[in-house]
Design a protein around this ligand. Structure first.
Ligand code: SF4
Length: 395
């Protein structure tokens, strides 16, 4: 029976609720099993954050799945025997997922040398799961050299050839072009979602946006396109009044995932109008050109039309520069500058960001998080105090 004081949800609000619940179930649930794969797919292929050229394995008929750690529900029983306790949570929980059998269905697992901890994951993987394709994709950390596109393209071709050997069939150029077109559509829809939140943040909260986006890590991109198209239509039509909340950007969630409860605490106090959550899914910032060689087009896009994160060192995107650009383009009042515990690249960046924001007089809150956090009271209080002081200063 509906509470008399609470209006019954409209059909569209009910449908949105169902979509968010579905996305959350995907976040909490296991990897897609072989017998649940949609038609046209023969397996799944895991990759670690931050960026992975999903089009190449998608074109092979494998669903690319991001391995994003174990969240705050996973108990570590085996990983501590393989990794020090001073390693970030996402690396340890990913190892646990491998050792406890949760990733058994993956055809392969690729990580990247984004930091020492991630670099060693591939070695641990290959040693413990020799029947799987476990390797490092060496994305260039310095994309400012003339040979960086050629180098990246060669790495992608190596990946393509290793996947071909693993699955026993070739990945054609035509199949990669088809995947590029699907992913171009996906990137455009994600840009629309981000633009909607920036313009009318009361229509879609950051925890909702995150759930919608994260669903792509568990389904083929074309299915995600259908989901986003429906959700965007419902969100645009949503009737919600704007609240008196400060506009902030949130940075530091590029690799280890902040718990959903942390994003909900942010939503309670602020309007997040830009962020670096799951930045790898949005790494390429405009369409990959649909001409020439498809692998070259992907490599060139990685270098020339790409976002920024603490794990890449691109002279064209200085640490302070890209944060200031986020703040200015999203018309934010302030920043929430976070880092995952024990994340060396993230903590380095946090210091640079914080110093710069002090220098230019942009208010900011520094927070540290861990995917396995379960208590958020203190963080909620910090956010509340920060938001109140911001509202006072910008009134
Ligand atoms: S969270 Fe930081 S330290 Fe851990 S794997 Fe990611 S980039 Fe490396």
């Amino acid at each position: 029976m509906t509470d008399q004081a609470t209006p019954a949800p409209t059909d569209s609000e009910q449908r949105l609720g169902d979509i968010f619940e579905h996305c959350n179930n995907l976040r909490l649930g296991p990897m897609p099993s072989i017998d649940s794969l949609p038609e046209g797919y023969t397996g799944t292929f895991g990759h670690f954050p931050v960026y992975f050229p999903e089009e190449i394995v998608h074109a092979a008929g494998l669903i690319p799945v991001s391995v994003l750690g174990g969240g705050n529900k996973l108990e570590l029983k085996h990983a501590d025997a393989h990794m020090g306790s001073f390693i970030c949570s996402i690396c340890r929980s990913t190892t646990e997922l491998g050792l406890n059998g949760s990733l058994d269905g993956l055809s392969g697992f690729v990580t990247h040398p984004i930091c020492d901890a991630a670099k060693h994951l591939a070695g641990i993987w290959s040693r413990n799961f020799p029947d799987k394709l476990g390797q490092i994709l060496y994305l260039p950390q310095n994309p400012n050299t003339p040979g960086s596109v050629r180098y990246t393209s060669a790495e992608y071709q190596r990946l393509r050839s290793d996947v071909e050997k693993k699955i026993g069939r070739s990945i054609t150029d035509e199949a990669i072009w088809r995947s590029i077109r699907i992913y171009n559509r996906n990137r455009a829809l994600l840009r629309e979602l981000y633009a909607l939140r920036c313009d009318e943040p009361w229509k879609v909260s950051t925890s909702e946006l995150y759930l919608l986006m994260r669903a792509r890590t568990r389904m083929p991109a074309e299915h995600h396109n259908t989901l986003l198209e429906e959700a965007l239509g419902l969100l645009r039509a949503r009737k919600r009044a704007a609240q008196d909340k400060p506009r902030v950007v949130f940075v530091g969630g590029f690799c280890e995932q902040p718990p959903l409860e942390m994003l909900e605490a942010l939503d309670d106090t602020c309007y997040v109008v830009d962020d670096d959550l799951l930045i790898g899914l949005r790494w390429i910032t405009s369409d990959v050109p649909e001409t020439g060689d498809p692998v070259w087009a992907l490599a060139e896009s990685f270098i020339e039309r790409s976002a920024a994160s603490p794990v890449q060192h691109d002279e064209r995107k200085t640490k302070a520069g890209y944060l200031m650009q986020m703040i200015e383009s999203s018309r934010a009042d302030a920043a929430v500058v976070t880092a995952a515990k024990f994340c060396e690249p993230g903590l380095d960046e946090q210091v640079t960001w914080s110093k710069h924001l002090d220098k230019v007089g942009v208010q900011h809150l520094v927070l540290e998080f861990e995917e396995k956090m379960t208590s958020f009271e203190q963080m909620s209080m910090q956010l509340e105090t920060f938001a109140e002081s911001l509202l006072f200063s910008i009134a």
